[in-house]
Design a protein around this ligand. Structure first.
Ligand code: BDR
Ligand code: CA
Length: 318
């Protein structure tokens, strides 16, 4: 299986992604690095520990950056993920998993140095941990096997502003640093995640079958998340579900043939009306300006086989 560090801000779709990764035989989650985003970094770390503990796993969990690199932090979106990030769980069972004392960035650097060329980093929150890890170890792009991000959007409208996706919006400077660092990089953004509507009924079916606390927690969390999305998007309300977002980064890892890719440099606007926009230098267009011509290409997911993603998600979680 592929060794993966999962960088995350759990978060309901983060939890869905984590459980997909833990259940998939081709994925070996060797560490979970947390960041602020959907919740504070303290809550994100607490949730990562809780989700792994109730799934019966002991995987190193670290706490990472608590704020954006440059812009001021914002209150977490409790109306989307719940105040606790997991749809406001009524209670939690006692668990005993403990945090790894290292920072998320240090953990990423340590693991990359210990296993050069072997680790895939899947990041589905704001990108401060990766940016900080790059500052600690400039050779990181050579030490990691590849990086897959749930972040950004090219053609699809943003979900925080008309042009900005939330993970990029939450730390645009870190995102621009990560997009221009020169690793083997794939962006799984709203262009594809907004195509995959996951029905809440799938999680009820899984919970009913498994009768396990982990799938009960996931079902509860997704029902809160699905109410939010169904309240905003009529086509999502018809299915009563939510967008797949973070889990799509893992689906790309295991089944890249389900996606149509375009390749080109991505830059991030870091101020003004377009703050947080991911702009792509699309192929066949001559743009010699500095800031573009010399930047590495990102593989950008532009289309996805949505039904196949839902089938795979259900098979793996079931
Ligand atoms: C992204 O933002 C967060 O709310 C989700 O967890 C996902 O990572 C979608 O824009
Ligand atoms: Ca996330």
């Amino acid at each position: 299986p592929t060794k993966v560090i999962f960088d995350t801000d759990p978060g309901v779709d983060d939890a869905m992604a984590l459980y997909f990764a833990l259940a998939h035989p081709a994925i070996d989650v060797v560490g979970i690095t947390t960041t602020f985003g959907n919740v504070t970094v303290e809550q994100a770390a607490t949730n990562a520990l809780y989700l792994t503990a109730i799934a019966g796993k002991t995987i190193p969990v670290t706490k990472g950056v608590a704020t954006p690199w440059v812009k001021p932090g914002e209150a977490p979106p409790a109306f989307i993920h719940g105040a606790d990030g997991l749809g406001n769980l009524a209670s939690r069972v006692a668990t005993s998993n403990q945090l790894d004392p290292r920072s998320s960035a240090q953990f990423i650097v340590d693991m990359a140095r210990a296993h050069p060329g072997e680790i895939t980093l899947v990041a589905v929150g704001p990108l401060g941990n990766l940016s900080l890890a790059l500052k600690l170890e400039p050779q990181l792009p050579k030490l990691l096997k590849e990086v897959i991000l749930m972040a950004g959007t090219v053609v699809e409208p943003g979900n925080v502003s008309p042009v900005a996706e939330a993970n990029v919006w939450n730390d645009p400077h870190a995102a621009d640093h990560v997009f221009t660092a020169g690793w083997k990089l794939t962006m799984v953004g709203l262009d594809v995640t907004h195509r995959v509507i996951v029905p809440l009924a799938m999680f009820k079916k899984i919970a009913d079958k498994q009768k396990h606390i982990a799938t009960d927690v996931l079902h509860h969390a997704v029902s809160f998340y699905a109410d939010f999305y169904s309240g905003i998007y009529p086509h999502v309300a018809k299915i009563h579900g939510c967008f797949g977002h973070d889990v799509l980064a893992f689906i790309y890892l295991v089944n890249p043939e389900l996606f149509v890719i375009e390749s080109g440099a991505i830059r991030v606007a870091t101020e003004g009306i377009a703050n947080g926009q991911t702009m792509m230098k699309r192929k066949d267009i001559f743009h010699p300006q500095a800031g573009w011509a010399d930047k590495p290409a990102t593989q950008v997911c532009m289309q996805v086989q949505a039904e196949a993603c839902n089938t795979l998600l259900e098979e793996v979680l079931m």
